[in-house]
Design a protein around this ligand. Sequence first.
Ligand code: AQP
Length: 332
Amino acid sequence: RPRVLSGIQPTAGSFHLGNYLGAVRQWQQLQETHDAFYMVVDLHAITIPQDPATLRQSSRLAVAQLLAAGLDPERCTLFLQSHVPEHTQLAWVMNCLTGFGEASRMTQFKDKSAKQGAEGTTVGLFTYPILQVADILLYQADQVPVGEDQRQHVELTRDVAARFNHRFGESFTLPAPYILKDTAKIYDLQDPSSKMSKSASSEKGIVWLLDEPKKTAKKIKSAVTDTESEIRYDPEKKPGVSNLLSLCATLTGSTVADLEKSYEGKGYGALKTDLAEVVTEWVAPFRAKALEYLDDPAALDAVLARGAEKARAVAGETLARAYDRVGFLPPV
Ligand code: AQP
């Protein structure tokens, strides 16, 4: 079976709809057909300041949500990044194979560092894409299911892997991004020209999966549209309406063209009301399940312990081979 690997940051509160539709939903599907490795990336989370107690809680919350979204630890390897020290061990080698200019071109770093300011920007934020290179290469992943915002990091991974292979001999699989066109980028409800993002979206622009479903319905109903009234998919001229149409199509399994037809002659209110219902119908049982999993932290920790064991078996082997190729003497 081809192998997939992906990760998600533990977020205080919950995942948002962009995380779910852009990534996690595909993870659930791919565990049926692929050898799947999914991790909660707590090492990545500390690239911006985190309160230790909150981070611990957010990591368990992330696992609870992944289980509620249908990840099955019998079908995939689900683990916490910090439980597998091989990630940081391989990352050092990859740091030494990545150009400073190359890393400086990462647009996510440019955006986030501009927001943090020079003083608030850590070296960790700068090198985080290189830790991601190690994350992916350790498992020899063929594909990486992510949202569009992560494409550049997967491309960096390919470049660094090719460089390692060229210099030290064929060692790493070159991974391809697995990005579904329809859900590659879910947009902010209030600012539909920007992606829905936990750090950049306003509270009204983001759908948190663990919010009260009523609150979510209200947010959807007050989503920004435009001054026309026609329900038509046109991301350039009508980004708000187009976002609502894509969300509705994705969640109901219909096509945007069919939706356009069925809303002919109807106003934006009808689309928003229907979408609010579709989202809350999905979110309500998801939320109930996640909260139930969260009630049993020992069970969540057991899932992670088993996941780490499975992950380390693969990661340890890759790391040992890479260290050998680089010329590190094995410990005796
Ligand atoms: N708006 C989005 N549309 C589609 N996919 C998205 N993803 C995130 N936002 C969208 C995908 O979700 C996965 C996990 O993301 P993450 O939280 O670990 O990191 P991120 O990409 O940095 O997500 P955010 O919310 O945008 O966080 P900030 O604000 O910190 O940058 C990834 O596969 C991502 O592509």
